[in-house]
Design a protein around this ligand. Sequence first.
Ligand code: PGA
Ligand code: ZN
Length: 412
Amino acid sequence: MTKISSIEGRILYNSRGSKTIEIDVKSEGKFLGRVCAPSGASVGKYEAVSFPNGSPEESLRILQENSQKFIGLESSDLKGIHDTLKSLDNSTNYSKIGGALAFAVTIASMESASKAADEPLFKTLSSESSFKFPFPLGNILGGGVHAGPGTPDIQEILICAIGSKTIEDAIEINLSVHKELRHVLEKADPNFTNGRGDEGGWAPKLENQKALEVSVKACENLGFTLGKEVSLGVDFASSTQWNEEKQKYVYDRAGFENSTGEQIDFAANIIEKYKLIFVEDAVHEEAFEDMAELTAKFPNTLITGDDLIVTNKEILTKAIGSKSCNAVILKVNQAGSLYDALEFANIANQNNIKLITSHRSGESIDSQISHIGIATRSKMLKVGIVGGERIAKLNELLRLSEHDLIRGMAEI
Ligand code: PGA
Ligand code: ZN
């Protein structure tokens, strides 16, 4: 047991070059937990706000004014630290202190506790005695709000090496598909600049179906069969396309509009044609019934809610009632504190809803989410493939492969 002896913050930048906060929590004057908060671009309506009035400086000012309230708490007392944050902000979305502060303070405290206990963070976060690796799920081709004009409306096409028996193999296969896709794109378009979107996926000028076809081609060129060694996934991020006034999904770049029924068919065709293992936000963030239709139709695909669920336990409970998804994205900063996120993970696990722990498009080079993915028994870890802030999470998995407590890959 070690007590927090200091808590301090600073302004830094995330991978998109936007200002964010980093928090240092020290226990017993020497065990340092350090966490830099990420932030999203396709942000769900109901997720925690990153900063009060968009100001990271304001979050830091609040921390400085209240730092004494944290000093003397046990660094491993996640509930106590969470309750102290809630005493400063009783709003549902951390609008007073900023979700980024709740994120960074809680994870940094647990990292400090893990150092004091001389154990890896995943172990400090869980009472289990054996663990499995989540399958890395990585963005190979990006569009939507993560890439520029001419790229697909669909936000992300992802690869997952579902046939791999080891984490080393799973990471290597994802990297090989990402590399091969570059060659396929260069062949198809001599003007392809090798440009990449916010999460490191290639950002070619291609419409949605073509983007999916080149992704299949990259897998086939490497001798992989979809559904065997690898499978593709798609994050539609459909709230980006949803036009409330028209009550339609507007695919600006491809030049068509889908009614609700047409959107369900559009997504269902893509799931079938490309044998997708993973589908995120195929309909907009309030379309619980439409998601339920897809969940009923595709029991063997992870029909996943991100903007739909926003790592919120009340919304998850509602979605379980309406059978709206069989999988959920866990983004700690959507929930706010790590305590909120772990409660959410428990509800998902108790109800057989598969967890996919995820990065944000604006990331730091931290790698605590690799531990959070392991501790929450996530089936997949969605952290991208290349770029320093993405590879940091994958490299941490490789370091952890030296650990005896983690054996084998999760069962999807
Ligand atoms: P974000 O998007 O981090 O930009 O919100 C990622 C996602 O939609 O999964
Ligand atoms: Zn998403």
